[in-house]
Design a protein around this ligand. Sequence first.
Ligand code: AMP
Length: 611
Amino acid sequence: MPEDPKNSLNETNKKALQFIEDVTNNADEVQKRVLNEILSRNANAEYLRRHGLNGHTDYQTFKEVMPVVTYEDLQPDIDRIANGDSSPILCSQPISEFLTSSGTSGGERKLMPTIEEELKRRSLLYSLLMPVMNQFVPGLDKGKGMYFLFIKSEAMTPGGLVARPVLTSYYKSSYFKDRPYDPYTNYTSPNETILCPDSYQSMYSQMLCGLCQNNEVLRVGAVFASGFIRAIRFLEKHWPLLCHDIRTGTIDPQITNPSARESVMKILKPNPSLADFIEAECSRESWKGIITRIWPNTKYVDVIVTGTMSQYIPTLNFYSNCLPLVCTMYASSECYFGLNLSPLSKPSEVSYTLIPTMAYFEFLPVNRKNGVTNSRSEPTSLNPNEHHELVDLVDVKLGQEYELVITTYAGLYRYRVGDILRVAGFKNKAPQFNFICRKNVVLSVDSDKTDEVELQNAVKNAANHLLPFDASIIEYTSYADTSTIPGHYVLYWEVGLSSATAIPPSVFEDCCLTIEESLNSVYRQGRVSDKSIGSLEIKIVESGTFDKLMDYALSNGASINQYKAPRCVKYTPIIELLNSRVVSNYFSPKCPKWVPGHKQWCMHQEPKKES
Ligand code: AMP
């Protein structure tokens, strides 16, 4: 007798929830087992031997001898792997590829080594999401998810390993591409549209398929809030073309990718009444609630709105008529960490339960001063006492903040991720964490993360354009303006002039471009390739503005001795104060330079000049 699909779905859901119960109930035992497994499998790795582990696989020796490290500490080993050394440096198993993080080091994406079996672990975490969701929103197996998912460009290291973002790696893997039919991973976007390398064609095809199946859609989303808003913006710009295609059952000739075209054509049928309906909705003056208007059966928006993405909550509420915003998981290139077991909780209350089988987790207590963790100036390596402050997963204290430190199967040992988390509660013995922030990041509109030092250097480079005019920057601050789509960086400059020569607008435009050229490669990729970041803007403010800013801070209790102009502002009254004193503004006239891969590899791969 064939199995009743409903029963088998219930069984799968039950198993997944039981798994979560088991690993959270036995969090400590699971963590110790994971550590032991990682250390025994990698006992011959050069890195472990170098630090004196000498084949020990026990918890005590690991805690005593292994240093807590940052990416910069590992860079020489990572460079060796990238350059083709395939000996077991960090891990016994062969490194299958590098995952390129949105976190940067020296202006370039960090490279995270990974191994084949990690795909299985990531896939396991994904498989838990819908069984959890089903407890709160049943019936999701009766329709489809409209998710805007994309792949990004790949590069090859000099040693021949692929380097690409973790999601590109996952979508191209058989775990995603060849997934068996499952009502929970039934998406409106055919795989071929997700795997289309041209981002315009990919978005167009996915939107077209989402529109054609509008009544079947029960949930919508993207990975990050910024990506979903970009999709709505795309609809705003392109709905006449899309409606034309729906009316006629033909696909726009700009979509040239053969597999994307073919997959869309299987879904697209001439449907003049649907085209009329979409046209009418998109022509209305206000786009308030456009999601619920065009996709009337949508129950929630599945996007990450924790961390810096919280800046997009008002926009999402506007477009979705305040549908629940659901943050399902917390993950990174280094490792997938955990999931949200109460997916309908408010964004400000979201907590993630770290799944103890994913990696070995440790926590470094942090004490933020005035709510700010600006620890660029903190030493990156820990002194021996701090080493002993690290606590295990089951020993964290409610309400305390910690920096996450991980040991992974793929060869990161006691690695500081740079995320600050706060313990919000417990699921059985496993803690649940609010995501507080990424250390040091001052500006971010998409997956870009700009720190204070990068910003400072960029402004310093730009200031050189003012020298011929005897002008200098007296003070500056910055702001991530997400009221525009895409969002963009704004710099407020107070400029001091010692001569009467006026500075032409083109000079400030050059300053904008120089800042963009000086920012890290994730920022520049966002500008050039993903178009997820708009032109950088400089706003010149009246002289005396930063004194007013100081007066404001002092009147709110800041100490005059300790006051420093903030390098980034977020608080609305301060932004209003700055905006009220703007005398002129300038935008970057073009995109900065960006090419895929690391700058060292590009140099490495450049053809030799003939002599
Ligand atoms: P990447 O390595 O580029 O995938 O970026 C991973 C980083 O993105 C994490 O270390 C976090 O800083 C951030 N991140 C990932 N998931 C979340 C989430 N659910 N909420 C807030 N930030 C997140």
